[in-house]
Design a protein. Sequence first.
Length: 135
Amino acid sequence: MAEAGNWLIPVLSVIADSGSADLAVTYVGLEGSTHHLQLLRTSQDPMLADVISPCDIYVDAKTFIPTKLIYNLHPPANLQARIPAEVTYSDWRTVGGLAIPFDIKYSVRGHVLTEYQIQSFAINVGISEDAFSIR
């Protein structure tokens, strides 16, 4: 999650890093007020077959906004290990025509590790020329 776009939606890295793998999307069903989708990378490479795990996406049935991602972390020392991780998105607000989650929680093994509570969000904010001056 170190890349700029992945702080908000880590599943982007799953899609972007697909490389030689294919991405299968399965509609699991309606669960309460959310649609449950499962993304799974598939590969013919036997080295990858044992380390690929699904990513579950939950989307609000009325707004189609993501509410939760569930995926597995794979530590470098043991890529076959699966450590459950979850990202929940809430307090969605419209800013400049975009839906932005103002509360984002990252959990690993059921314990919240990080929570981002956005106070304000602006789009197309100009940058002062002073920001580019050499000091």
